[in-house]
Design a protein around this ligand. Structure first.
Ligand SMILES: C[S@@+](CC[C@H](N)C(=O)[O-])C[C@H]1O[C@@H](n2cnc3c(N)ncnc32)[C@H](O)[C@@H]1O
Length: 295
């Protein structure tokens, strides 16, 4: 397997901007709304004093857990949800109890990649998007002509995905929105003998399936990778694996994937995903990634 180091920089947004960052915080614009959230990676100095950041809402994390906490609405007119778009995909952003805003904007680098490859395929394609959350990747693949199976344990997230499918005028595209445990679903797909041209996996560090099944990244990923290989067609188009907040390097992720995809040949791009910051030239690292392709 060939391995290439790559920086995956999501610099193709009009409706999102990283305005400033530092002192463990990030100041961002999501469409019409400006928000401040904690980010332990941002331990450099902000461009402007944090107290000068004019935000519509601020996420106060619980002590010792920057995922949980609550939003402080600084602008009383700040809406609960509001429209956003990436290229021609339309969706709603919303403040969630876990500091997320309904979109992982750094994934746009993979949405564009997937669309390009699916559009270039001279035959009907089928894609499996595991841990798909609100489904922007699923919509991108459907817009590029693929039949999509979107899986996430959260029916609520799938609901937001269906809403975005309508908003994006993609209601005629074939997307199956499935709420289930990823490991269980993959085992079932193997028994059924279903095959996919491309698979995307964005597992959390820790998660729960629909019936409380626990998912622990470092423990469960090897078995999940073993399970997805037989689901690939003879000549797959791509496999994208991303990870957040895990005690692993992108090299480890890439080689775990590379081991399993060796029979298909090809190459793996591996590296960090990041967001460019306005004016400063800095970048905010977000996740690590391994991306396999046949060429
Ligand atoms: C990091 S998010 C995925 C973000 C998504 N890839 C995106 O770009 O929008 C992880 C997702 O995994 C889901 N999840 C957690 N445990 C799961 C499990 N055992 N089976 C299926 N989905 C699970 C969560 O509901 C959450 O939406």
């Amino acid at each position: 397997m060939k391995y290439d180091h790559t920086l995956f920089l999501a610099d193709d947004w009009k409706d999102y901007q990283l305005l400033d960052s530092g002192e463990g915080l990030k100041f961002e614009r999501f469409g019409s709304q400006k928000v401040v959230r904690p980010d332990p990676q941002a331990f450099w100095m902000p461009q402007q004093p944090v107290k000068s950041w004019k935000a519509d809402a601020w996420f106060d994390a619980k002590a010792g857990d920057d995922e949980r906490g609550q939003w402080r609405r600084l602008n009383p007119k700040a809406p609960d949800d509001w429209p956003m778009e990436w290229k021609s995909l339309k969706f709603k952003a919303r403040r969630t109890p876990f500091r997320h805003l309904g979109v992982f904007q750094e994934h746009s680098v993979h949405w564009a990649y997937a669309m390009e490859r699916l559009k270039a395929a001279p035959y009907p394609t089928k894609v499996l998007n595991l841990f798909g959350y609100t489904g922007l990747m699923s919509l991108a693949c459907a817009q590029a002509g693929a039949e999509v199976v979107h899986l996430d344990a959260s029916p609520k997230s799938n609901g937001f995905g269906k809403e975005a499918q309508q908003m994006s005028g993609l209601q005629d595209r074939k997307i199956r929105w499935i709420a289930d445990d990823a490991m269980k679903f993959v085992a079932r797909e193997n028994r059924r003998g279903n095959r996919y041209d491309a698979i995307i996996l964005d597992p959390p560090k820790f998660g729960r399936g629909t019936n409380g099944e626990t998912w622990k990244f470092e423990e469960d990923l090897p078995a999940l990778l073993d399970g997805i290989v037989p689901l690939l067609v003879e000549r797959p188009l791509f496999v994208i694996l991303t990870a957040y907040a895990v005690r692993l390097s992108h090299i480890a992720l890439a080689q775990a994937l590379g081991d399993r995809l060796e029979p298909f040949g090809g190459r793996i791009e591996m590296g960090e995903m990041a967001l460019p910051e306005k004016k400063s030239g800095r970048m905010l690292p977000t996740a690590i990634c391994a991306r396999w392709s046949p060429d």
